[in-house]
Design a protein around this ligand. Structure first.
Ligand SMILES: *[C@@H]1O[C@H](CO)[C@@H](O)[C@H](O)[C@H]1NC(C)=O
Ligand SMILES: [Zn+2]
Length: 640
């Protein structure tokens, strides 16, 4: 799992031409005219915004709006004398204040003292290392538990967890779902509070045997070198899995009991799309707890890193959708010595060219997650280039500035891919013999679907692109189970075709874009709790550490963003997590691991999905602290 922002800050060092950022000297008359036009435009833009809101099609209208409340005029303070520049930056990306437990303050401070205890630290890191030593790999297209012996290793992992977290296992109830899915419930004393759901996955991507020699420490050694724990899964996602269990074990040890129920869901094939694990867990939780039962959900996802001179945490609030469209072309075979002008392969090639010459438009809209992220970077990134910053500020109202911002951002393909639907022709097959006309050929196009679009929209657009070529080649078209009527008159005559094209969902695993988690307005209470907890944990952990023993006295002190504190920005993950099966359980889903994603380095630098995966042990302790603080904060929250 990785998320926006992409890899390094370098990708974001913008060079923006002077002209659009700096208002040129205007005559008085011209300025007045500009102000008048500006005001008229604001009114019109407001109206247009409203109508596009109403007419939004595809997925639910609400999901179009990560809502930073940029539409509400009360937050705005325009200074027209400065060329209509936005003045109140904070309002673009308001930050929740650091949130630390009040009612549970005593227990929280008690929990903090363990960071000074070598005994606790040794136990915590050994807990993670031990889990890494169980190679719980998952593979694509595995039949379910009981049908494939490769799942059995998960039984070993369960035995290990039982031994390593005795209090968790004697206190929480545990249901095994589809044999290896783990569903824990830490039952709270107040059943009227919506439970909190924490998710993680037990499986890891397989280690390619050819790469074992490239590992500094063997992939399942769980070796601790004093700074890092090494091995497959040390970060993705056993740090999350063990982090949650370590937090709860510590809280139980300290004698705390929750008012609000905490549920833990640990899938076992997240890296292979969650068909057996999260899918069954999601269904089970719908049965047991019901739709919309959870206050909010936190699963693995984006961490925090340094961008524009500021630490930004980027919890993922959405996920793109997915579909693989298969294009099958069939025409009569025959001997290659009497060829038609276009063989099946020739026709397929033309269709592929048609698809590639017709990319999906990518547009930076004010409702996209990427746009919300940029607003936050502009508001709180202390070293952001001032011209870029101004462009972002202006783009709140100026379409011209918005276009300019889009142009700048889209120069980086990884950033561009965060908005709009993408397409990639990833598979092609056809022909069996050099002297025989191919009767069949197919290609598969992989799409990642924009949060504002839908599977249906992609099916429709691909059909339209292909349809245009049917007459040229005299072919019939069937798209996603339905015959496409190409010519009404001809249809009556029961027209015969030379061949056929059939479009299908290649593997039957299409996925709609995830609903966007609200981050503004009344709906955003869970986002505020999460943001406040991130900021509170970040501050407290650094305060405690900098003071050494006795540091808990400074737990509550807030470090401002300008003084090196952390800011929170909505993130857009580039992949999917197990939460794809949890949409019905809560509209507040966050993909977030409270860990440093390594400043200015490629995400692969800590080896996720490749060689030398590792976890910095200090970051792991902080993650445990984050889960403890999150559980306590949510327990005493009255707003969710
Ligand atoms: C289309 O193909 C059918 C079957 O081969 C043939 O009968 C028909 O004449 C063709 N039509 C055109 C316009 O080529
Ligand atoms: Zn993962």
């Amino acid at each position: 799992m990785s998320s926006f922002p992409p890899r390094n800050e370098k990708a974001f060092s913008y060079a923006i031409p002077e002209e659009a950022s700096q208002p040129s000297k205007k005559s008085r008359v011209f300025r007045r005219l500009a102000i008048f036009l500006g005001l008229t435009w604001v009114v019109l833009a407001g109206f247009r915004h409203h109508s596009s809101y109403v007419s939004g099609s595809g997925c639910s209208v609400k999901s179009f709006l990560p809502s930073l409340n940029y539409e509400s005029d009360k937050d705005w303070d325009w200074d027209f004398s400065a060329g209509g520049r936005f003045q109140n930056q904070e309002a673009l990306c308001p930050q929740a204040s650091a949130l630390v437990p009040q009612k549970n303050k005593e227990i929280w401070e008690k929990l903090a003292t363990k960071f000074e205890t070598e005994e606790w630290k040794a136990k915590a890191r050994e807990g993670l290392a031990g889990a890494v030593r169980v190679p719980s790999e998952s593979y694509d297209n595995m039949p379910g538990p009981g049908e494939d012996p490769r799942w059995e290793i998960f039984g070993e992992l369960h035995d290990y967890l039982e031994k390593a977290f005795p209090l968790v296992h004697s206190t929480l109830s545990l249901t095994k779902v589809n044999t290896y899915g783990l569903l824990y419930e830490w039952t709270g004393s107040n059943p009227s509070l919506k439970p909190l759901l924490l998710a993680a996955h037990q499986d890891v991507v397989p280690v390619d045997p050819k790469t074992v020699s490239e590992w500094t420490h063997p992939p399942y050694s769980g070796h601790f070198d004093g700074t890092y724990i090494w091995g497959r899964g040390s970060s993705d996602d056993k740090s999350g899995l063990v982090g949650i269990l370590t937090a709860i074990e510590s809280m139980l040890e300290a004698g705390w009991t929750p008012e609000r129920t905490v549920v833990l869901a640990f899938g076992f094939d997240e890296e292979a799309s969650g068909h057996h694990g999260a899918k069954a867990l999601g269904k089970k939780m719908e049965e047991v707890y019901g739709e919309g039962a959870f206050a909010f959900i936190v699963d693995e996802g984006g961490g925090f890193s340094q961008l524009y001179g500021t630490s930004f945490a980027t919890p993922g609030i959405a996920e793109k959708g997915y579909i693989d469209v298969r294009i099958d072309v069939a025409t009569p075979g025959g001997h290659s010595s009497v060829p038609p002008p276009h063989t099946t392969i020739g026709i397929l090639s033309q269709l592929v060219v048609a698809i590639e010459s017709n990319p999906y438009p990518a547009q930076l809209t004010r409702s996209s997650v990427l746009y919300s992220s940029m607003q936050c970077y502009a508001s709180h990134g202390v070293s952001m280039d001032s011209r870029l910053k101004r462009t972002i500020e202006k783009s709140v109202k100026s379409d011209r500035a918005l276009k300019k911002l889009e142009k700048t951002l889209f120069e980086e393909p990884a950033t561009k891919a965060l908005v709009g639907t993408t397409q990639a022709v990833d598979l092609v097959l056809g022909g069996v013999k050099a002297n025989a006309l191919p009767e069949q050929a197919y290609a598969v196009v992989n799409h990642r679907i924009d949060t504002a679009s839908s599977v249906e929209e992609v099916m429709k657009r691909d059909t339209e692109t292909i349809q245009k070529w049917m007459k040229t080649f005299n072919l019939s078209l069937e798209a996603f189970g339905e015959e496409v009527v190409l010519d009404r008159k001809e249809k009556k005559k029961k027209k015969a075709y030379y061949g056929s094209v059939v479009l299908t969902d290649a593997f039957g695993n299409h996925l709609a874009p995830a609903p966007v988690t609200p981050t503004g307005g009344e709906e955003a209470k869970p986002y505020e709790i999460l943001s406040g907890t991130i900021r509170g944990t970040f501050n407290a952990f650094r305060n405690v550490k900098s003071l050494g023993t006795g540091g808990s006295k400074r737990l509550e002190e807030e470090i401002a963003v300008e003084e090196g504190g952390i800011a929170v920005a909505p993130g857009m993950p580039t992949g999917n997590t197990d939460t794809r099966y949890y949409w019905a359980l809560s509209e507040h889903i966050f993909r977030y691991n409270h860990k440093n994603s390594r400043i200015g380095t490629n995400r692969l630098a800590n080896g996720i999905h490749t060689v030398n995966e590792n976890m910095e042990v200090e970051a792991f302790y902080e993650m445990v602290w984050f889960f403890e603080t999150l559980i306590l904060n949510t327990d005493e929250a009255t707003s969710v």
